[in-house]
Design a protein around this ligand. Sequence first.
Ligand code: ATP
Ligand code: MG
Length: 167
Amino acid sequence: MASDKEKVSLNDEQQSAAHCTENAVITAGAGSGKTMVLASRYVWLVTVKKYCVREILTLTFTKKAAAQMYRRIHHMLAEIAGEDKGINGKPARKALDEFVQARIQTLDSYSAAIVRQAANRYGIRPDFTIDEERCLSLARDEAMPFLSPCGIIRQLSSFTRKKVRYP
Ligand SMILES: Nc1ncnc2c1ncn2[C@@H]1O[C@H](COP(=O)(O)OP(=O)(O)OP(=O)(O)O)[C@@H](O)[C@H]1O
Ligand SMILES: [Mg+2]
């Protein structure tokens, strides 16, 4: 397994995912290189497609994943900026200069930023804080009935009923 600092060449499938030019949903198993592919895609967008870092939104589920993504992208850009005297070196250096504007964050922090910007529309204070404990217990309350064996059976049977009623 390569560390964040090691140079990795993408295989053919990873490369086609990283250089995809259409909207795409890509699924891959644990440890198969998802973060590596997304980080490479980011670098490809700024070096080859000439996007500015502020034009790219990179969202993850966890803070740990966001930090890892940030580190890997920064490292890849620094490597290209340092080594590549060709056409990719210049945009990589520009991206590094502007990296403070990079939006690589969790879904939660992105959503909170949107709400904060428009807080007055929702009648809440812009300096609101998120009650993590309450969020966890709400998520648990919603998820557990679904996950319990009876819950799953209930969900499946209601799905089947709907399918029968509305074929
Ligand atoms: N093409 C490749 N060649 C060599 N090493 C690779 C390749 N793709 C990924 N790796 C290595 O495999 C390891 C796992 O990659 P990565 O963290 O990107 O996977 P992931 O799918 O995001 O994992 P997780 O499911 O834990 O989030 C890393 O050390 C990465 O450097
Ligand atoms: Mg990952």
